[in-house]
Write a protein that binds this ligand. Structure first.
Ligand code: WTA
Length: 673
C-alpha cells in the first residue's frame, strides 16, 4: 500500500470524483434514473403512509392494517392492527406461489477437502419442512409465543433454520455472535431471561474449531434462567454432556438437535403475529454500561428490509441472481441482509461459514466464481485486508458475474473504494455504500445502484421515506459542508422499538440529545456527518464513546470494565486510534496496582483477559501503562488527549483544566505495546 502521505492525497483526489451507473445497468434495474429515484423519494416524503402501504401490499398479511403509522415520539406503531408472520413471508409464501424447488440458501462450509468445500443448497420447501420441525422441537421444550430464545451458533444452515423457526412460532430470538465469550453469553441470556439456548459442538474458523458449547457451559454456571441447551453436531468436537439436569449447571440439560428434530412433525403452521409483536432482540454496544438489547418488531421491519434489499441490491427473482452478504448472522447486517430482507425477494442467499483467508487469501473470490455471485456485500475492513493481500488473489478468479458491490459498517476510505471498484468490480459494478445501524434495522442512507451517481467515501442520499438531517446540538439544520450530528426527523418502519427492559435508557440514548424548536425529539444516531453541496452525506464517525473496530461495534467502557476486572489494573481508559486494516484500533491506557511489572507479559495477559471477558474482537491493539490518567479537576478522564497520544500527535488542544500535567508527560514517555 502507498505511504500514508500518498494515500492521503489519493483519497482527496478520489473523493472529488463521481461515478455514474452504466446506461446498460440502469436500463435493467428497479430504479433506473435519478429522476425515478427522486420521484420515489418525493412520493415517500409527501405521502409516507401511501408509499409504505404499497410496499407492504407486495407481501402477505393474515389481517390488514387499519392505519399505516401511529406516531407518538418516540413510539412508532407501523401497520397498526395487522397480523403477519415473517417466516411465512420468507418461506411459506414462496412455496405457496409454486417456487418450493428454488434455492433459498446456498451454504458453503469452511473446510476444503481435495479442493472442494462442503456445499448445501436449501430450497424454500426444505426450509418450510426444517423450520416446521425445529419449531415443533422448540415447542416440545416448552417454548411458546413471546419467550426469548438465545442462539449462539456458527454460520451453518441450522442457524437460519433456528431463527426462522423462532419467527414461525412467535418466539423472539436473541442471536449472539459466535466470537463473543462466555461472560458475554451469560449477560445476554440473563438479560433476556431465556429458558432455551441453541448452540453447536463447535464451528470452523480459519482451520480451527471455535468451542461454542464449552463457552455455553462456562456461561451456564453463572446463569439461572436456562433450562435447556440444544446442541447441533457440526465438528465432532469433544464436549461435556449433561444428559440430566445437573445442579452444577444450574439445572440445565443438553439435547442433541438431531434427536429433537427426528421426533418432530413437519407440520407447524405460522403463528399470526401482530405487526408490533417482538421479532428479535439484538445486543449492541453503547456509550455506557453493558450492551443493550435492541428490540425489533415484525411488520415494519419486514417491509423496510424487504424494500431496501430489493432496491439497494437490485434484487430480481427471475434473473439468475445469487446474492452474497459476507457478514455473520450474529450482527444486524446478517439478520437483515442474509435472511429477513433477502428471502422475501426470492433470490438465493449465500451463507459462508468461515474466514476470508482460509485455506488461502483468495477464498472469497473462489466462492464468488463458484456460485456466480451477482451481488456482493462486505465491510471496508475486509476490503482493506484484500488490498493488502494483493491483487493476484482476485485476479485468479472469474468475477465477471458480479453486478453490484456493497459496503457497510464503517466509513470506507476513498482509496479502498477505488480498489473495490477497479479490482473487484472491473470498473463496471456500481458500489452501494450503505449507512445504517443495529437500531435502524435496515438501510437508511444509500445509493440506488442504477440511479445514483457514486462519490467514493460518501453513502450518498437518504433512502425514500428516511428524513435524515445534519444538525447542531440545538437541533438546527446545518448548511452544506458543515459538520454536525446525524439525526432522523421522522419515523421509519424498521426503527428500533426500544431497549429490552430499559425504557429510560432508550429515551436517554436516542431521543434526548436533539430536539427541534417545538421541542419535538429527533432520533440521534451517534454519528457525526456532513452533507455536501449535492446533498450527499459523508459520515465522519461516532461522536460518542462507541468505536467501530473492523466494522464491529464496541463501547470503550466495556473494554475498560474488562481491563479493570483484572487484578493488576486499577484504572483504565480506552480510546480509538487509526488502524490501517481495522479502520479503528483499540488503545488502552492502564494504571497498575502496586507490585505488577509493566511488561510485555502483562500486556499479553491483559489482552487475553479482555478476549475472555468480551471476545477476541475487543483485544486492545496497544496497551500503555501509566502512573495515572489525565483528568480534569472534576475527575473526568481527558479522552481527547489520550486520543492524540494514541494517534502519535502532539496534543494541541487546551489542557488548562488538566489536573496533573506530569501525568501526560509520563504517558508519552511510557513504552508503547
Ligand atoms: C457505522 C451496522 C460509515 C456508523 C449496520 C454507525 C457506517 C455504526 C456505515 C452502526 C457506512 C455503518 N459509512 N459508517 N456506510 N455503516 N456505519 O450497529 O458509525 O453494528 O453508527 O450496524 O456503524 O454499527 P452497527
Amino acid at each position: 500500500m502507498p505511504s500514508d502521505n500518498q494515500s492521503g492525497i489519493e483519497s482527496i483526489l478520489h473523493e472529488n470524483r463521481t461515478f455514474a451507473p452504466a446506461a446498460e445497468f440502469a436500463a435493467r434495474s428497479h430504479v433506473g434514473s435519478a429522476d425515478a429515484r427522486d420521484a420515489m423519494r418525493k412520493r415517500a416524503q409527501d405521502d409516507p403512509d401511501g408509499f409504505w402501504s404499497e410496499v407492504a401490499e407486495e407481501l402477505d398479511w393474515f389481517t390488514p392494517w387499519s392505519q399505516t403509522l401511529e406516531w407518538k415520539a418516540p413510539d412508532a406503531k407501523w401497520f397498526v392492527g395487522a397480523t403477519t408472520n415473517l417466516c411465512h413471508n420468507c418461506v411459506d409464501r414462496q412455496v405457496a406461489a409454486g417456487f418450493g424447488d428454488q434455492t433459498a440458501i446456498i451454504w458453503e462450509g469452511e473446510p476444503v477437502e481435495d479442493g472442494a468445500p462442503e456445499i448445501r443448497n436449501l430450497t424454500y420447501a426444505d426450509l418450510q419442512r426444517e423450520t416446521s420441525r425445529f419449531a415443533n422441537a422448540l415447542k416440545s421444550l416448552g417454548v411458546s409465543r413471546g419467550d426469548i430464545v438465545t442462539i449462539y451458533m456458527p454460520m451453518v444452515p441450522e442457524l437460519a433454520i433456528a431463527m426462522l423457526a423462532c419467527a414461525r412460532i412467535g418466539a423472539p430470538h436473541s442471536i449472539i455472535f459466535g466470537g463473543f465469550s462466555a461472560s458475554a453469553i451469560a449477560d445476554r441470556v440473563h438479560d433476556a431471561s431465556s429458558k432455551v439456548l441453541i448452540t453447536a459442538d463447535g464451528g470452523w474458523r480459519r482451520g480451527g474449531i471455535v468451542p461454542l458449547k464449552d463457552n455455553v457451559d462456562k456461561a451456564c454456571k453463572k446463569n439461572d434462567s436456562l433450562d435447556h441447551v440444544v446442541v447441533l453436531k457440526r465438528c465432532e468436537n469433544d464436549i461435556t454432556w449433561h444428559a440430566e439436569p445437573s445442579t452444577e449447571h444450574g439445572g440445565k440439560r443438553d439435547h442433541w438437535w438431531s434427536d429433537l428434530v427426528d421426533n418432530a412433525s413437519d407440520d407447524c403452521p405460522c403463528e399470526h403475529m401482530d405487526s408490533e409483536d417482538l421479532l428479535f432482540v439484538l445486543y449492541t454496544s453503547g456509550t455506557t454500561g453493558k450492551p443493550k438489547g435492541i428490540m425489533h418488531t415484525t411488520g415494519g421491519y419486514m417491509v423496510h428490509t424487504y424494500l431496501t434489499s430489493k432496491i439497494t441490491f437490485d434484487l430480481r427473482p427471475d434473473d439468475d441472481q445469487v446474492y452474497w452478504c459476507t457478514a455473520d448472522i450474529g450482527w444486524i447486517t446478517g439478520h437483515s441482509y442474509i435472511i429477513y430482507g433477502v428471502l422475501p425477494n426470492r433470490v438465493p442467499s449465500i451463507m459462508y461459514e468461515g474466514a476470508p483467508n482460509f485455506p488461502e487469501a483468495d477464498r472469497f473470490w473462489d466462492i464468488v466464481a463458484r456460485h456466480k455471485v451477482t451481488q456482493f456485500y462486505t465491510a471496508p475492513t475486509a476490503i482493506r485486508a484484500f488490498m493488502k493481500w494483493g491483487d493476484e488473489h482476485p485476479q485468479k478468479h472469474d468475477l465477471s458475474s458480479l453486478r453490484v458491490l456493497g459496503t457497510v459498517g464503517e466509513p470506507i476510505n476513498p482509496e479502498a473504494w477505488m480498489w473495490y471498484h477497479r479490482v473487484i468490480g472491473s470498473e463496471c459494478c456500481p458500489i452501494v455504500d450503505t449507512w445504517w445501524q443495529t437500531e435502524t434495522g435496515g438501510h437508511m442512507i444509500t445509493p440506488m445502484p442504477g440511479a445514483t451517481d457514486a462519490k467514493p467515501g460518501s453513502c450518498t442520499l437518504p433512502f425514500p421515506g428516511v428524513d435524515a438531517v445534519i444538525v447542531n446540538d440545538k437541533g438546527e439544520e446545518q448548511p452544506a459542508n458543515t459538520g454536525g450530528l446525524l439525526a432522523i426527523r421522522k419515523p421509519w418502519p424498521s426503527m428500533l422499538r426500544g431497549i429490552l427492559g430499559d425504557r429510560q435508557r432508550f429515551i436517554d440514548t436516542y431521543w434526548s440529545t436533539i430536539r427541534n424548536a417545538d421541542g419535538e425529539p429527533y432520533y440521534f444516531a451517534g454519528d457525526g456527518a456532513r452533507r455536501d453541496e449535492d446533498g450527499y452525506f459523508w459520515i465522519m464517525g461516532r461522536v460518542d464513546d462507541v468505536i467501530n473496530v473492523s466494522g464491529h461495534r464496541l463501547g470503550t467502557m466495556e473494554v475498560e470494565s474488562a481491563l479493570v476486572s483484572h487484578d493488576s489494573v486499577v484504572e483504565s481508559a480506552v480510546v480509538g486510534m487509526p488502524h490501517e486494516i481495522k479502520g479503528t484500533g483499540i488503545a488502552a491506557f492502564c494504571t497498575l496496582a502496586p507490585g505488577h511489572a509493566p511488561d510485555d507479559a502483562l500486556r499479553g495477559a491483559l489482552r487475553d483477559h479482555v478476549a475472555k471477558e468480551i471476545g477476541a474482537i475487543a483485544k486492545p491493539d496497544m496497551i500503555r501503562f501509566t502512573d495515572a490518567l489525565p483528568k480534569t479537576r472534576s475527575g473526568k478522564i481527558m479522552r481527547r488527549l489520550l486520543r492524540d497520544i494514541a494517534e502519535g500527535r502532539e496534543s494541541v488542544g487546551d489542557t488548562t483544566t488538566l489536573e496533573d500535567y506530569t501525568v501526560l508527560a509520563k504517558i508519552r514517555e511510557s513504552d508503547e505495546g
